[in-house]
Design a protein around this ligand. Structure first.
Ligand SMILES: Cc1cc2nc3c(=O)[nH]c(=O)nc-3n(C[C@H](O)[C@H](O)[C@H](O)COP(=O)(O)O)c2cc1C
Length: 343
C-alpha cells in the first residue's frame, strides 16, 4: 500500500493514535515489533498555535520510528492550517493525519474530532486548508457517522478524497457508540468497494488477534489495518499478526491464534521474551521521556498485560505495579511475577 509516495508494503499493520499511550517510546517499540507505521497521539491545533510547551513536546520524533504520522485536531480552519505548518516545520512527519473521530466530550461536544461529523462543510474546509498548507501527504481518521441514524461515511469518504486527503482511516463505530458494542466493518467494506474511491482505506476497530487481522484484509478488503487497544501490554501483537499474514498469502490458516507464537521460529515469543520486551518498553519510555513520565506511561501497560492473566490472586500485585514510581520498583515486581506466568 502506498500513501502518496510512501510505500508501506503489502497488507500493512499500523499502530493507532492513542492519547497518553502512543508516545515516542511506545511508538519505537511497536515499530521494532513490526508496525508498518505509527501514529502520535492527537495534538491540539489551538495549543500548538499558542506554543504550549507540553503540546510542542508531543512533536518529537526520532529517525528509528519512521515512518511516523502526526495527528492534529481542532475546529478552527485558521488554527488547523497554522498547526499543520508548525508540525511539518518542526517534525517533518511522513504523514500528517487529521482527527475527525475523537468521541470524548471535551473534544466532540466542542465541535472538534467526531463533532465535525455534525458539520461536514466545516470538516471539508479544514481538510482542504490543511492539504493546501503542507507538502507532506495529509490523511484523515474518522468514524461511520454521529449515530446509527446518521451513517454518512459513504459520501464522506468521497468528499474527503475530493479535498485531497490521501488515505482514510475508518473506525467502524459511530460517535454515539464511543467504544461500546462491536465495530461494524460492513460500511468500511462498502467504502472500499466504491469504484470512485482510489485512496487507500485503513480499517480500524476491535482487531485483537491474527484471525481478525486476516478477516479485515480477506473479508472486508481494506488496504491496511490499524490496531489500538490490543497493543496494551502486548506490543508483540504486530509480530503475531505479521507472521500469520506472511504465511497465509490471502489464505486463512486454521487455528492461527494457537499457532502464532510458533511462527517466529528465529526468535520464539516465550514468556521470558515477552517479559523482557515489556521491560524494554519501560526503558525506552524512560529514555525518550524521563523516569517519572516513562513509568507513568508504561506501568499501565505492564500491569494489564495479558501475560499475567491466569495468575491466581494477582490483583494486589497488579495494583502494586500500577503504583510503582521507579523503574527499580516496577522491575522488581515484574521479576517476582516472572516464575508465576502460566505456560
Ligand atoms: C486510550 C485511547 C486514546 C485514544 N486516543 C486517540 C487519539 O489521540 N486519536 C485518534 O484518532 N484516536 C484515538 N483513539 C482511538 C483509537 O485510535 C482507535 O480508533 C480505537 O481505539 C479503536 O481501535 P481498537 O479497537 O483497535 O482499539 C484512542 C483510543 C484509546 C483507547
Amino acid at each position: 500500500m502506498t500513501i502518496g509516495t510512501l510505500d508501506l508494503g503489502p497488507r500493512p499493520v499500523l499502530l493507532a493514535p492513542m492519547e497518553d499511550v502512543t508516545d515516542i517510546g511506545f511508538r519505537l517499540l511497536c515499530r521494532q515489533m513490526g508496525a508498518a507505521m505509527v501514529y502520535s497521539e492527537f495534538v491540539s491545533s489551538d495549543a500548538l498555535v499558542r506554543n504550549v510547551n507540553r503540546t510542542v513536546q508531543k512533536l518529537e520524533v526520532c529517525p528509528e520510528e519512521r515512518p511516523v504520522a502526526i495527528q492534529i485536531y481542532g475546529k478552527y480552519p485558521d488554527a488547523m492550517e497554522e498547526a499543520a505548518r508548525i508540525v511539518v516545520e518542526t517534525a517533518r512527519p511522513d504523514i500528517l493525519d487529521i482527527n475527525f473521530g475523537c468521541p470524548v466530550k471535551r473534544v466532540a461536544s466542542k465541535g472538534a474530532g467526531a463533532g465535525l461529523l455534525q458539520n461536514v462543510p466545516l470538516m471539508l474546509e479544514i481538510a482542504r486548508r490543511v492539504v493546501d498548507a503542507v507538502d507532506v501527504p495529509v490523511t484523515a481518521k474518522t468514524r461511520l457517522g454521529w449515530d446509527q441514524n446518521h451513517i454518512i461515511i459513504q459520501d464522506l469518504a468521497e468528499q474527503l478524497q475530493d479535498q485531497g486527503i490521501q488515505a482514510l482511516t475508518i473506525h467502524g463505530r459511530t460517535r454515539s457508540q464511543m467504544y461500546t458494542g462491536q465495530a461494524n466493518w460492513d460500511p468500511i467494506a462498502e467504502v472500499k468497494r466504491n469504484p470512485r474511491i482510489h485512496i487507500p482505506i485503513i480499517g480500524n476497530g476491535d482487531i485483537d488477534s491474527p484471525q481478525k487481522a486476516l478477516d479485515a484484509f480477506n473479508l472486508y478488503g481494506v488496504d491496511a489495518i490499524m490496531v489500538g487497544r490490543a497493543t496494551f501490554g502486548r506490543p508483540w501483537i504486530f509480530r503475531e499478526i505479521n507472521a500469520v499474514l506472511q504465511k497465509t498469502d490471502e489464505q486463512e490458516v486454521p487455528m492461527v491464534n494457537a499457532q502464532c507464537s510458533m511462527l517466529n521460529e528465529e526468535c520464539p515469543m516465550t514468556n521470558d521474551w515477552k517479559l523482557n520486551t515489556l521491560k524494554q518498553q519501560v526503558l525506552t519510555c524512560i529514555a525518550h521521556l524521563d523516569e517519572r513520565r516513562g513509568i507513568l506511561h508504561s506501568r499501565r501497560h505492564i500491569a494489564n498485560s495479558p501475560i499475567f492473566k491466569g495468575i491466581p490472586n494477582f490483583r494486589e500485585h497488579r495494583i502494586a505495579m500500577l503504583r510503582a514510581e521507579t523503574a527499580d520498583e516496577l522491575f522488581r515486581l515484574m521479576e517476582e511475577a516472572r516464575h508465576l506466568i502460566p505456560d
